[in-house]
Design a protein around this ligand. Structure first.
Ligand SMILES: Cc1ncc(COP(=O)(O)O)c(C=O)c1O
Length: 362
């Protein structure tokens, strides 16, 4: 027997799988439940603007054709909003895809790539795929480890992922913290700001400031979270034109589909709906946090649409017990916090159901 495994690149053979939150239908089937809620993937329980749904329905009429690979209409909307020229924007099938494309375009074997631990797991995976070295730095009191990262800078440091706010901690670094940090990083290091949840934060301080200063910066944004379009997959990068050009060279030409683009354009135009979602999320997050703290749970100060809650003495079995009661959350085991659960802020009824289940279990 020939062992064909040798054909697979060494860097890929032992890569960790990304384990997504279980889909609702799968849990219903497996556990014979009629009602299941999912608070595991930081989705938006209110979904997108109704105008986005309407626009996507209209876009179906044209799906016999390839999408506009230049994303002209979506780019035009962003150009207007950010007051940057169109060469500063590129698009991905979710910002997830752009994380991969950044690695393809920038990371070389042996380069050191700095990232928080725990943070968004794809940073590590894409780094390994390229044969670069992930340098994972533990969070500092639940906050993104800016001080620790400075200590790990070396001649080999090629890029730094700055997840702000951070997933899974939900915590955000202030503009003052970030300015102080960036001032100490050598100018040749690529700074990747992942701002998937920035819309939910109070300060809304973006890495765009450092781009404007002439730093080598890529800012990542997504329509999956506050805009409620996770299922259709649209994210974008804002960066220097020469970096956007590099990313477009490695990008598959029709990576964002036409229905998704129509939805994103309409969702972006409806900033009133976005504000309503942000307000509802904040109210629900504050109520959920207060209710969990009343149960003796420690909750990190989140500015996102999810919280990291610690249940001392309760390990991963808590997630399993919640699952049996029809509530899907994300166990902290995967990111090294076995007594924590990452819980997406749901709508009012979903949060009530979660709290009821937790009261029975604690
Ligand atoms: C920090 C962070 N970045 C990026 C993503 C990817 O989002 P998407 O690919 O849906 O744009 C996620 C998704 O959960 C995330 O948590």
């Amino acid at each position: 027997m020939v062992d064909f495994k040798g054909l697979i690149r060494e860097e890929v053979r032992d890569l960790a799988y990304y384990v997504p939150g279980k889909p609702i239908e799968e849990v219903k089937r497996e556990l014979g439940l009629n009602e299941v809620i999912k608070l595991a993937s930081n989705e938006n329980p209110w979904g997108p603007s109704p105008r986005a749904i309407e626009a996507m329905q209209e876009a179906l009429a044209d799906i016999g054709r390839y999408p506009d690979g230049s994303a002209y209409l979506l780019k035009a909307a962003l150009v207007e909003h950010f007051q940057l020229s169109s060469e500063h924007f590129m698009f991905g099938n979710g910002s997830d895809e752009i994380v991969q494309l950044i690695a393809n375009a920038f990371f070389r074997p042996g380069d050191e790539i700095l990232m928080g631990m725990p943070s968004f797991p794809r940073y590590e995976t894409v780094t390994r795929i390229m044969g670069a070295i992930p340098v994972e730095i533990p969070l500092e009191d639940g906050y993104y480890p800016l001080e620790g990262m400075l200590a790990k800078l070396s001649e080999k440091t090629r890029a730094i992922f700055i997840c702000n706010p951070n997933n899974p901690s939900g915590t955000v670094r202030t503009s003052a913290d970030l300015r102080e940090f960036v001032a100490k990083v050598p100018k040749k290091v690529l700074l990747i700001f992942d701002e998937a949840y920035l819309e939910f934060t109070h300060e809304k301080f973006s890495g765009l400031e450092f781009l404007a200063e002439g730093r080598p910066v890529i800012v990542l944004k997504t329509f999956s979270k506050a805009y409620g379009l996770a299922g259709v997959r649209v994210g974008y990068a804002i960066s220097r034109p020469e970096f956007v050009d590099a990313l477009n060279r490695v990008r598959p030409p029709f990576n964002v589909n036409s229905v998704a683009m129509a939805g994103a354009v309409a969702a972006f135009a409806d900033q009133v709906y976005l504000s309503e979602v942000i307000d509802k999320n904040r109210q629900e997050r504050e109520a959920l946090t207060a209710n969990l703290e009343a149960l003796g749970t420690k909750v990190l100060p989140s500015e996102t649409n999810f919280i990291l809650a610690f249940f001392p003495g309760k390990g991963p079995e808590l997630a399993q017990e919640l699952l049996r009661r029809g509530v899907i959350v994300r166990s902290g085991v995967a990111f090294g916090y076995p007594d924590a659960q990452r819980i997406t802020v749901g709508n009012h009824d979903e949060n009530a159901k979660l709290l009821m289940a937790l009261k029975e279990l604690l």
